[in-house]
Design a protein around this ligand. Structure first.
Ligand SMILES: [Fe+2]
Length: 447
């Protein structure tokens, strides 16, 4: 009996592999706000061949059909392939909704989609992920074992240049592989790090814009305009075409999950968050989120961190007063390949020089907050969670507290790890776990 089940599982796995180049995975899609009935996007990739595709969602005991559409990506070295997309609509908030994908009338994939929850939920966050290492794979398994409701990757999604060909090798097989792929069950969200942008000589670079489907409510950027990811005509045309409206706009966005408002920022060097247009968007977004219990900002380049590596990548610090003004609780970043946490702090910049030079200013640190007995923070807690798979930075600093900035409260760089956020009403619990499930840090915030 067991053997029969095993053979059946193996057969369905093999079938999925020959039908898909990348099997179906869930995305939030262009749905920033939760609604009385919610939606999710389902994407998958196939060879460039015609077939009758259909997605069906189970509602009220019946299968409801949804038509998919596709875009082609013809950017070497991968052969031309199709990126299919269907929007799963009318989903009841919080439910696990069965769905299936049919090709030429036959069911070729089945799973259940976790719809955005109205309140208590678990979000997993990490960055600097898919470099093909053993540590990346081990951590991915631990992430699945933590049973998140959604996952957010804080940039440097795929090494070394965010190429479509690298996604095929290092990203999808790890996060969307096997018989129970996590990406088929819960939505993944992402943002571009410095390894996810258009590299000048790689036509399949910046695959982020073609392969992810996220809200398009960010600043209205123009291709080739200021603050947009810089593409090269004649090199990146195929990628831009495959991205459609996602390029260049999908670089920054915001969304609500439960009682949390997330503001997701592209912090790459070509963006200037002190420019009037970006700053106005950020202020308007945070202002409109007043009703949310929690406000969290996610971006790639941290504002405050203690690692010797990337110490001078401080160009996002000038947004600190805006975050404080609108009551942002947490900032989650990557870029630096380790885990770090600051005390709640406020920062007023006094000297902003060119990129890559320190941004000086004055700090006000909440020394009383400990995240255990005193859980109301006066200021913003900054987290670096960049230990998601790529090689760790400055391991020696883990045990050398004298090397930390005075406001750093936790620093773990001797192992890979990910962040688990459990948000329930007016309580937010943060835990940093390693691949074996060991708790490296924990804190509670309350309102
Ligand atoms: Fe980075």
């Amino acid at each position: 009996m067991r053997l029969a089940i095993l053979l059946l599982l193996l057969a369905s796995l093999l079938r999925a592999q020959e039908v898909f180049l990348v099997q179906p995975y869930l995305q939030l899609g262009d749905a920033p706000k939760a609604a009385a009935v919610d939606r999710l996007d389902l994407l998958w990739q196939t060879e460039d061949r015609d077939a009758a595709w259909r997605v069906e969602v189970k509602a009220g005991g019946r299968w409801k059909p949804l038509p998919p559409a596709f875009r082609r990506l013809d950017a070497p070295p991968l052969p031309p392939h199709r990126i299919y997309r269907a929007t799963l609509k009318d989903l009841p908030p919080g439910a696990r909704v069965p769905y299936r994908v049919k090709r030429d009338g036959a069911v070729v994939f089945e799973a259940q989609a976790q719809v955005r929850k109205p309140d208590a939920h678990r979000m997993v966050v990490f960055g600097d992920a898919a470099d093909g290492s053993r540590e990346q794979a081990a951590l991915a398994q631990a992430v699945a074992g933590a049973h998140p409701d959604a996952v957010l990757l804080v940039g440097d999604l795929v090494y070394g240049m965010g190429l479509a060909s690298e996604y095929r090798q290092r990203f999808f097989p790890i996060y969307n592989g096997g018989s129970r792929p996590l990406m088929a069950q819960v939505p993944f969200l992402g943002l571009p790090g410095n390894h996810d942008v258009p590299f000048r000589r790689a036509p399949d670079a910046a695959a982020y814009f073609a392969y992810w489907s996220l809200p398009l409510n960010g600043p209205a950027l123009e291709p080739g305009g200021p603050n947009a990811a810089p593409v090269v005509a004649g090199v990146h045309d195929a990628m831009v075409a495959a991205a459609g409206p996602a390029f260049p706009r999908m670089a920054s966005y915001s969304f609500d999950y439960g009682r949390v408002h997330w503001t997701v920022l592209d912090s790459n060097v070509y963006t200037d968050w002190t420019s009037p247009v970006l700053r106005a968007w950020l202020e308007a977004d945070l202002k409109a989120a007043k009703a949310a219990t929690w406000r969290i900002v996610a971006l790639h380049h941290p504002l405050f961190q203690s690692s010797r590596s990337h110490m001078d990548d401080q160009w996002m610090r000038p947004i600190s007063p805006v975050l404080e003004k609108y009551g942002v609780d947490l900032v989650l970043a990557g870029h630096v390949h380790n885990y770090q946490r600051t005390a709640p702090l406020r920062f007023t910049p006094t000297k902003v020089g060119p990129r890559g030079r320190p941004v000086e200013g004055t700090f006000t640190v909440d020394e009383a907050f400990d995240g255990k007995t005193i859980t109301r923070a006066k200021g913003v807690v900054h987290i670096v969670t960049g230990a998601g798979g790529a090689e760790l930075y400055d391991r020696w600093q883990t045990d050398v507290r004298a090397s930390w900035q005075p406001w750093t409260r936790a620093f773990v760089s001797d192992r890979h790890s990910f962040t688990v956020l459990d948000v329930d009403g007016r309580e937010l619990r943060l835990r940093q776990l390693d691949a074996e499930g060991r708790e490296l840090d924990a804190l509670t915030l309350t309102k």
